[in-house]
Design a protein. Structure first.
Lengths: 388, 291
């Protein structure tokens, strides 16, 4: 059943496993969706999709696959199948009696006849014909205990496909939003667990050893338990062209601070030369050489900047944007020194990827550092790379 | 029609309003005998869901709160070695009986209970990355072995397992495959109104609409460090009712902002935007020249 839906999901990047696919069919065989496409939408999603950032992709796959089924002719097939399931329903004795009063074949024949007569269309209320409301045995939203739903996805207000087409979860898709919380989630991967802090875990082997040496006098030995110990140094471009991204970078920064215990941050303007700034406005700085001496190669280095500047600022001697600032080594060489110093370093660019080729210097710098866009999806990839 | 279809299945409770999709997810998880993993913004009622299920299905609930130091084995059983060592040293009790020193953890307790229980594993993402993986087998076959006594504990009745996560950590794929997943989306105004009416049945309509206008306006500000959620809204409405605030006052000021906003920086953001909106509205309503 719907094997193509499976491949549709896969091709849109929803990682569905066979395991889950079988579970879905089990759910269908138990008729948990009550032969309703509306319910099927929710149930299939709860079984197949395990990440809210994939909900949007699921919605797209769903609407593209099930669009055809919206036509009543195909629904009929589904409904006739549904009729056979009525026998398996859990009913109270009272309802059971009512059901037995019905001849299923008769209902079916009646249903098909009425359908052919076209009585389904726009019929509301009443107690005989197919339609919406009313106490007839067929139709949607009725009140007959053994009624069969016809031609409706289930909800009074919306059909599943319409729900899917609304794409309500677009905002959860990982390449779109970037609020503080989602950024924090992405950065949380930076945590690594290392033994640190108070000795609060009983070290059994040590205790036995020491107790034996003490001649049976019990001596408890404790060890340090695992705690989060990621070390990150963040270098941020505070230059003019970054102004429009300040809000975004601020959010990244506040997320990083909440997530990483040992976070150091410094600033630069457009490109890094022999000085690194602790405060851009007050112009307090110290030498990049000292900076590299201070932070060992085990720090993860994250540079945030748009990497868009005049090519001379990257490749020329004395190319720095400030007129009275002289640099004997071109910026690109400094960048290479920083890259080579740290075991793992990346460049996050707040500018959308599609525009990277429009600036001369972005491809230049992307050759030095692995460059990632400042979106949730890319940050996640970047952090994965840092932690590898 | 729902009555006959969903007999003895979960359909929310009087005090906990549940969306139809979440209701389906719960019932699927019960029918397929798989744990239900619930994610969502803080304050959208993830933990309350489990309480509501246990209330609606009249089943006992066992809560296993996960902390950063929790190990998977803690949920199965705890072997109190220190007590045994101590007893051996001071010759108290029968130390040869290991069973005395083994206590079942929360998962273990849910296995041996005489009735089916609802087991809430709260905030699973707090624990170590390997934690969910360590539970895979126990969750699948619902048995575990205690090597110290060579005892096998098998579930008498498969518990209904609800797991909540704040997505602070990524959960392993193998674990996710075995779960039913539901993301509690932030309630839309219609659902939110029902939720608020459950908590405050006597709330006046004009207060409700004034509150909603302000609340969804605050949530629309993307610069916020933490957006207020349902639980904060409930607190705020409570404060407004207790303070006897006239809905008209809500238009130009936000009383008891502290119940909605918990971060100092966010208060500044709201101040700023309120001023901006004010200026904008003034601009919109400026006297215009006749054409």
């Amino acid at each position: 059943m719907f094997t193509e839906f499976f491949f549709e999901l896969k091709s849109r990047g929803v990682p569905v496993s066979l395991h889950e696919w079988i579970a879905l069919h089990k759910a269908l065989s138990l008729d948990l969706n009550r032969a309703s496409l509306d319910r099927f939408y929710g149930i299939a999603r709860s079984i197949l999709v395990k990440d809210e950032s994939l909900y949007d992709k699921y919605d797209m796959a769903f609407s593209s696959y099930f669009e055809g089924i919206e036509t009543p002719e195909e629904m009929i097939e589904e409904i006739l199948k549904g009729l056979e399931r009525v026998r398996d329903l859990a009913l109270t004795p009272e309802e059971m009696a009512k059901l037995q009063a019905l001849d299923l074949e008769e209902v079916r024949a009646n249903f098909e006849r009425q359908w052919r007569e076209g009585r389904y269309k726009n019929h509301k209320g009443g107690n005989r014909a197919i339609g919406t409301g009313g106490t007839s045995t067929q139709g949607a939203f009725g009140y007959h205990p053994t009624g069969i739903r016809v031609g409706q996805g289930g909800s009074r207000h919306r059909r599943a496909i319409q729900i899917a087409e609304e794409r309500r979860f677009r905002n959860y898709a990982s390449d779109v939003i970037l609020d503080t919380r989602s950024m924090r989630v992405a950065l949380s991967r930076l945590r690594t667990l290392l033994p640190e802090g108070l000795e609060d875990e009983l070290f059994i082997e040590g205790t036995i050893d020491k107790t034996a040496k003490n001649g049976g006098e019990i001596d408890l030995v404790w060890k340090k338990s695992l705690t989060n110990a990621a070390k990150v140094v963040l270098l941020m471009d505070a230059g003019g062209s970054m102004d429009s991204y300040i809000g975004l970078v601020e959010r990244l920064f506040s997320a990083a601070r909440a997530q990483i215990k040992d976070l150091k941050y410094y600033y630069f303007h457009n490109c890094i030369y022999q000085d690194i700034y602790t405060d851009m406005r007050r112009n307090t700085s110290f030498e990049t050489r000292d900076f590299l001496r201070k932070y060992g190669s085990d720090y993860k280095c994250i540079i945030v900047g748009d990497a868009d500047m005049a090519p001379s600022e990257v490749i020329n001697v004395n190319g720095a944007i400030h007129y009275f600032y002289y640099n004997r080594t071109p910026g690109i060489e400094w960048l290479k020194i920083i890259r080579d110093h740290f075991k793992k370093s990346i460049w996050l660019n707040p500018r959308p990827k599609g525009f990277w080729h429009t600036a001369d210097t972005i491809p230049l710098i992307a050759e030095v550092f692995r460059m990632y866009e400042l979106t949730l999806e890319d940050i996640t990839d970047a952090i994965k790379f840092l932690m590898k | 029609m729902q009555g006959i279809f969903f007999m003895k299945t979960y359909a929310g409770t009087d005090t906990y309003i549940v969306s139809p999709e979440l209701m389906d997810s719960v019932n699927v998880s019960i029918a397929l005998k798989r744990p239900l993993l619930v994610k969502g913004e803080p304050g959208t009622g993830k933990t309350l869901l489990a309480h509501s299920i246990s209330e609606a299905l009249k089943k006992k609930m066992i809560v296993w709160n996960i902390k950063s130091t929790t190990k998977a084995r803690d949920g199965l059983y705890i072997y109190d070695t220190v007590l045994r060592l101590n007893d051996a040293r001071f010759k108290e009790g029968d130390v040869s009986d290991i069973k005395k020193y083994i206590k079942l953890g929360k998962l273990g307790q849910s296995f041996v209970d005489d009735e089916q229980v609802v087991l809430l594993i709260d905030e699973i993402d707090k624990a170590d990355l390997e934690f969910p993986n360590d539970l895979l087998n126990e969750m699948d076959v619902m048995t575990f072995n205690i090597p110290e006594t060579d005892e096998t504990i098998a579930a008498k009745h498969r518990p209904i397992v609800i797991i909540t996560s704040n997505s602070e950590k990524e959960l392993p794929d193998a674990f996710l495959r075995r779960c039913i997943f539901h993301y509690i989306a932030f309630p839309d105004e219609e659902l939110m109104e029902r939720i608020i009416r459950v908590h405050f049945p006597k709330i006046e309509d004009d207060l409700m609409s004034a509150v909603f206008a302000k609340f969804y306006w605050i949530r629309s500000l993307n610069q916020l460090r933490k957006k207020p959620s349902t639980s904060e809204l409930v607190d705020w409405v409570q404060a407004l009712i207790a303070g006897g605030i006239d809905p008209k006052h809500l238009e130009d000021k936000i009383p008891f902002l502290g119940t909605l906003i918990k971060k100092h920086e966010d208060t500044a953001v709201i101040e700023k935007h309120r001023d901006l909106d004010h200026t904008y509205n003034k601009y919109r309503s400026r006297p215009r020249m006749e054409a």
